[in-house]
Write a protein that binds this ligand. Structure first.
Ligand code: FES
Length: 88
């Protein structure tokens, strides 16, 4: 058991999200934050998990940050989302 990051990012890897680019979101987060699914950033700000369908398949691919849903995502949108939470 490890302490979660200050902000919890959950990337949906359910079927719809997987087919629409869920893995690319995880790959981009690894580049941006230096952490993969199941890991916490070195600064303890973010933890990343891969989750099953969260019920928003129409918005695939989806991730949540601290329970807030972001859908229809492209990898290049993640830097802005991360910046919104960093340091808060
Ligand atoms: S598969 Fe991602 S919300 Fe359903």
């Amino acid at each position: 058991m490890t302490k979660p990051g200050k902000h919890r990012i959950a990337v949906c890897m359910g079927t719809a999200c997987y087919l629409k680019g869920g893995q690319q979101l995880l790959d981009e987060l690894a580049i941006l934050l230096g952490a993969k699914a199941g890991e916490i950033t070195d600064d303890g700000e973010f933890s990343i998990t891969a989750v099953r369908c969260i019920g928003c398949c129409g918005l695939a691919p989806v991730l949540t940050v601290d329970g807030e849903v972001y859908g229809n995502l492209k990898a290049d949108q993640l830097a802005g989302i991360v910046a919104k939470y960093r340091g808060k």
